[in-house]
Design a protein around this ligand. Sequence first.
Ligand code: FAD
Length: 392
Amino acid sequence: MDFRFTESEEAYRAEVRGWLDENIPEWWRSGHRDAREETEGDFERLRTWHQTLYDAGYLGGTWPVEYGGQGRTQVENALLQEELVRMHAPPTVNGLGIGLAGPAIIHHGTESQKRRFLRPMLRAEEIWCQGYSEPGAGSDLANVQTRAELQGDKYLVNGQKIWTSGAHRADWNFCLVRTDPDAPKHGGIGFLLIDMATKGVEVQPLVQINRNRGFSQVFYTDVEVPAENMVGKPTEGWRVANTVLGYERGAGTLSRSAGFEDRFSQLADLARETGANERPLERQQLAQFAIEIEILRLNGLRSLTALAKGEGHGPESSIAKVYYSELDQRMARAGNALTGAYGQLDRGTDRAVADGRWSQRELTSRGVSIFSGTNQIQRNIIAERVLGLPRR
Ligand SMILES: Cc1cc2nc3c(=O)[nH]c(=O)nc-3n(C[C@H](O)[C@H](O)[C@H](O)COP(=O)(O)OP(=O)(O)OC[C@H]3O[C@@H](n4cnc5c(N)ncnc54)[C@H](O)[C@@H]3O)c2cc1C
């Protein structure tokens, strides 16, 4: 098997690297590397960076040129994403738009939806959130009850979503709604694009275990949505939802392992600083992480090969999701254990180790095995749809 990239792919990588070297903003280089989209104040700076990246032609890699994308190959796009991580570029914003809503519209949307929504999404002029989960519809997502009733040329939407990441600053929501309560569960669902500024949409932020206010409950009371905002047929939203879930679980072929390599080097530094690298058990644990990250990279290459052949994200993306989320939790726990009692001090506190990075990481990592479908659900999918085991 040949894992090398072609000369022109390597040339593209070098071009991206050169551009990043000159353009990563000074505020980021000089100590704001923990800036995150969820943090008030950081968001607008990150949006400005996002737009600089887009204007330079380094966002929307594989999206069609006519809708604002770059028309790059899957491999070039993966190299671009990998370089962004390796060069420690600031994160972009609007991940739920570009990563999820965009592919849904590209695969299932009408021509006018593509023209209306894709370019402003890519340039982060319009921020998106994902309205899937409800109090009674998480793992059993097809149980969504938020109702959309067609009345003339509008839908009237009533119901509630929960855990909606980024809802407090989103302009648009791609939302799973029940269009036909009498149809079989999976058959009466629509995929509706809702303007968050519409009368009747109410956002109530929730506080997370890491003290971010990243997600919210969203209530819809008699919200009027133009019928033209339905993506795909009104009762075939489940197909669109599954396209999105494939992208969500399989995201980041090479950039994912590059992120883990970076985190591993921070962990190795911490082990050196604390003397843990001299102790056999910790040494073994570090070696095990290095091996698992290499496996993650090789699996990333396997997914990239499938994407390059036009095969899309299949149920195998569930394997990646289980693998990286559990590795993330074990590495974060190991980092936190090495920091000792001071490791529990939060960022900005006197004597916090690495400005509270490891405790934040451990708390944040708890959610990774829950969002985009819990790991128990991923294991069910792997059993039934990858391994073909019988359903109980
Ligand atoms: C950080 C974070 C961000 C999120 N962002 C969003 C977002 O932007 N938009 C959105 O729509 N949702 C979002 N979610 C919600 C997420 O998708 C749901 O939490 C997830 O799907 C689980 O649903 P639930 O919380 O209702 O748990 P439940 O479905 O109630 O599950 C409870 C437990 O039972 C287990 N379980 C349930 N059914 C089965 C089964 N059949 N077999 C085995 N075990 C089972 C689950 O694995 C879990 O351990 C986010 C979640 C987190 C943590």
